[in-house]
Design a protein around this ligand. Structure first.
Ligand code: IVH
Length: 692
């Protein structure tokens, strides 16, 4: 490679890596897999090895990781959080094992092989057995203080199970989103018109780096611990396996699977066996971590500037395949977002045939210089939707055609607008079709209204929604309620049975509770949880329509963004008219779950707000909620000045502390059960005198 060429490639690679570092470390939204990212870094390192004159102090190879994000306090780790050397090659693992053995020729080495959990590394500082601080890795030396957020993780003990631990103990581990929780979260986000997370790691990062711990609390994050950083005044076990047992005994979650191996063959077998089993874990693993079991030997080996010499990560390659990009189509969502989709020559990838993959957004298309007819590499890593990760310019024939991102909506021709608020995540630019009457958007709205989580109209799915809109029978959800049997029967391939089924479903939906209707309207940012909160706080739709920002934000679980979006929605005359038509069609606009503060159900908790925290000895959360509601109370998710009582069980977490700070009366389950059976003496007399 000649020098100007090398320089150009260097600049390209550096640019690309910086972009991905920003997306990954700062925004928590990677656009390529680790595998692809590592490939870029590797190419840059090799290029710089051949052309050292290209190395600049700001080259991505000259730094490790990113800095703390704004808004969190910086925390200096007692012992730096290093990264791991990693490889995709079993031979390099073998070479590593032999290298270590050479440094300690007389030792009979023992290795542990653990899953590499694909989450966010964290350091948990326990002082005298109590969680004092939790921090992200940051640049390895200084991270972000995310204690308030970490405290919301139910699996993380606030106090260790034994006091016989070092006075200061930094436990190292990973915060992740279990796959089940990840899927659920994405369903909710999509339903609320918010962009789905690309993978569980993104979702975990986005959830942990929330300035508002209540948002973190609503995400089902989990934690696993696998190591120790600084430890002062106290002893540690002598081996990794001993350490994991010890951490587990202290109440900390540890990896479920840890293999011990002696020979290099055993280590490689353990890695392969983990690969076999990892599909069944409830978390995503991107590799296996091989560690020297003996902690004293680790000391002896030490570390390089970046990583310890006693450990290595083997990364499982993401499934990739090469195919040809036939065309690029544009998908129009319910909110008008235009998403480019790759139409591919079908190719087998990780056990299924893939003919479509996401191209993310316009920026991404440009950066990769994607052209129609290009040979492309597509990838599917774990839970990631298949994506085009790069094009193969060497395979171009010259007949490839650059793609012009449409300036108008492909469905209705309305000029697209750049959404300044983007997709809510900061990466990429979102173009939206601003036309509320766009057929694609109407289809999306009808589908959403009929979906199981909203009005639950069984007879109408994606296909029928498209038919109804296509035939001009339905332009908004109110039109559904005027449909006639003959009209339906006039549709192509529509049998009597299907028509009757749809009509029955539509008719039945008139009785649905208000929260379903609210959610079904598709107000931006208003998810199911928010819709239920509104339906509990307001008796009917009219009072929500008339409520101002202040009244709306006074409702637990309704923040400024949702409240603003609701007010804006109702200020549109088209929407107000839609509501009137729904009303005339006979839809229920009253809330059955409304719990008025002024005229509460009679009972010991009449008009009171309770918050549950911790595990109760006998009642589940659902049973406790039911009991409270039956006694006239309501259950909120977070403690505030509006809270009257906190019902606390074991491992109560930060809610209990907050309650104490605010002087809110705390009940045990025992006390609660007594009140349930014998509502006297009145609760008011038991309430603490603290001002809240
Ligand atoms: S041990 C000196 N064990 O992988 C670093 N790390 O690529 C010792 N990770 O930053 C780390 N699972 O966030 C270790 N079982 C495991 C792990 C693990 C995931 C992460 C960790 C680390 C990164 C390095």
């Amino acid at each position: 490679m000649t020098s100007p060429e090398a320089r150009r490639r260097h600049d390209q690679l550096a640019e690309s890596i910086r972009h991905h570092e920003h997306a990954y470390y700062v925004l928590g939204r990677p656009e390529v897999s680790d595998f692809e990212f590592d490939r870029l870094e590797q190419e840059l390192r090799e290029l710089e090895a051949r052309h050292p004159e290209l190395i600049t102090p700001d080259s991505p190879t000259q730094r490790v990781g990113g800095g703390p994000v704004e808004g969190f306090q910086p925390v200096r780790h007692g012992i730096p959080m290093m990264s791991l050397d990693n490889t995709y090659s079993p031979e390099e693992v073998r070479a590593f094992l032999i290298r270590v053995q050479k440094r300690v020729p007389d030792a009979a080495l023992e290795w542990t092989v653990e899953p590499k959990v694909d989450g966010l590394s964290i350091s948990l500082r326990y002082e005298e057995g109590r969680l004092a601080c939790g921090a992200t890795r940051g640049d390895g030396t200084t991270g972000d203080d995310v204690t308030a957020n970490l405290r919301t993780l139910r699996s993380l003990p606030l106090r260790l199970a034994s006091r016989d631990v070092p006075r200061i103990l930094e436990v190292r581990g990973e915060v992740y989103l279990p796959l089940s929780g990840f899927r659920r979260l994405n369903v909710e986000r999509e339903a609320a018109g918010e962009e789905a997370f690309a993978n569980p790691r993104n979702a975990a990062a986005g959830s942990l780096k929330q300035l508002d711990p209540r948002i973190t609390a609503s995400r089902p994050l989990a934690v696993v611990t696998y190591g120790v950083g600084a430890a002062k005044d106290g002893d540690l076990p002598a081996t990794q396996t001993g350490l994991l047992d010890w951490l587990r005994d202290l109440g900390l979650p540890v990896p479920g699977i840890v293999e011990v191996a002696r020979t290099p063959d055993d280590v490689l077998n353990a890695i392969a066996s983990l690969d076999q089993r990892r599909a069944r874990f409830d978390y995503e693993t991107d590799g296996a971590v091989v560690k020297l079991n003996d902690l004293a030997l680790r000391e002896l080996l030490g570390a390089t500037a970046k990583a310890p010499r006693w450990a290595m990560a083997y990364k499982y390659p993401a499934a990739q395949a090469e195919t040809r990009l036939r065309a690029i189509s544009i998908q129009v969502g319910r909110t008008g977002a235009l998403t480019p989709v790759a139409e591919l020559e079908p190719v087998l990838l990780a056990g299924s045939t893939v003919s479509r993959a996401t191209l993310h957004n316009e920026d991404d298309l440009r950066r990769k210089d994607t052209r129609i007819g290009d040979h492309v590499v597509i990838e599917k890593a774990g839970e990631v939707i298949p994506a085009v990760v790069r094009v193969i310019p060497e395979r171009r024939s010259g007949a490839e055609v650059p793609f012009e991102f449409p300036k108008a909506c492909p469905e209705c021709g309305t000029p697209a607008v750049r959404d300044a608020t983007g997709n809510g995540s900061g990466t990429g630019v979102v173009w939206r079709c601003p036309n509320p009457d766009c057929p694609a958007r109407i289809r999306g709205r009808i589908e959403h209204w009929c979906s199981r989580g909203a009005m639950d109209i069984e007879g109408i799915g994606e296909v029928m929604a498209a038919q109804l809109v296509g035939a001009g029978l339905v332009r908004d959800v109110a039109d559904l309620y005027r449909l006639k049997r003959e009209e339906l029967l006039g549709l192509e391939r529509m049998g009597e049975k299907s028509a009757d089924n749809a009509l029955r479903g539509i008719d039945g939906s008139k009785e649905r509770d208000l929260w379903r209707l609210l959610f079904g309207l598709g107000i931006l940012h208003l998810g199911q949880g928010g819709a239920k909160a509104l339906a509990r706080a307001f008796p009917d739709l009219e009072s929500i329509e008339q409520a101002g920002l202040e009244q709306l934000t006074a409702v637990d679980d309704i923040g400024d963004t949702i409240a603003g979006s609701i007010v804006q929605w109702f200020s549109d005359p088209v929407h107000r008219d839609l509501i009137r038509r729904l009303q005339r069609a006979g839809l229920n606009l009253q809330s059955a779950i409304y719990r008025p503060v002024d005229a509460p159900t009679a009972g010991p908790f009449s008009g009171k707000t309770l918050v549950l925290t911790g595990t109760l000895p006998t009642l589940t959360r659902e049973q406790a909620t039911e009991a409270i509601e039956a006694m006239g109370g309501r259950v909120a998710s977070s403690v505030s000045r509006k809270t009257d009582y906190v019902l606390a069980g074991d491992d109560p977490g930060s809610k209990l502390e907050k309650a104490r700070k605010l002087g809110i009366t705390v009940l045990t389950e025992d006390e609660f059960q007594r009140l349930r059976n014998d509502p006297s003496p009145p609760l008011a007399e038991r309430q603490s005198s603290a001002d809240h």
